[in-house]
Design a protein around this ligand. Structure first.
Ligand SMILES: [Zn+2]
Length: 210
């Protein structure tokens, strides 16, 4: 089995890390993701949310877009210290990706057929290995192009892993994502604008820490 992508729940003391919020378009097809990414970027640059220049300001990619002059209008509480944080930019991801919350275990997953919820952690937030084993391989191989069906422990029917409903939005499966590194909490109106500008596609906000 492939190595798990999730590690532990963040209750064991605060560790300084890089916080991120990723807006994932879960409906964009592989063919339209690049064009949609360009449209969104045009808007974010034109409105001053991010700068046009690509610089070394994100994790997981060579370059991203640093906060623009009007970035404060995208967030709940503007952080004057953000400019001094090296990793403060927008990373745009195009391509089949499992967007995950970094640290933390997925707490539960719900079957798309019968709506039964399967817990994945025990009362100490430790992963229930036997149960996770039903899903882990499919989660980890999705990005490589596999749509492994997973059988529901309750009803026995199978469904591809990306159609299950993951608690706390700990996973989002998609071909297009916009990751804001270390930005304060994004305003719901700003997040909503993405969906509108993505042609009404449903989006999932995955938040986490590395
Ligand atoms: Zn079921």
């Amino acid at each position: 089995m492939a190595e798990r992508t999730v590690r532990r729940h963040e209750t064991e003391g605060e560790i300084m890390g890089d916080w991120f919020q990723t807006i994932v378009d879960i409906e964009a097809t592989p063919g339209e993701a690049r064009g949609l990414a360009a449209n969104i970027l045009d808007w974010l640059i034109a409105d001053g949310f991010v700068s046009a220049e690509r610089t070394d300001c994100v994790l997981g990619a060579d370059a991203g877009h640093a906060p623009g002059t009007r970035y404060g209008e995208a967030v709940e509480d503007e952080d004057p210290g953000l400019a001094d944080v090296w990793s403060n930019g927008l990373r745009v991801t195009v391509g089949r990706t499992v967007f995950d919350a970094g640290q933390g275990e997925p707490s539960a997953v719900t079957c798309p057929h019968c709506a039964a919820e399967t817990p994945l952690v025990d009362e100490h937030w430790s992963l229930i290995e036997e149960t996770w084993a039903l899903f882990g391989g499919a989660v980890n191989s999705w990005a490589e192009g596999h749509d492994e069906p997973v059988a529901c422990p309750s009803c026995g029917r199978t469904a591809p892993v990306h159609t299950w409903l993951w608690a706390d939005d700990c996973f989002a499966f998609g071909h297009l994502g916009f990751t804001f590194w270390n930005w304060p909490t994004l305003r719901p109106e700003f997040v909503g604008d993405f969906s509108r500008r993505l042609g009404g596609h449903r989006t999932v906000l995955v938040e986490g820490k590395l």
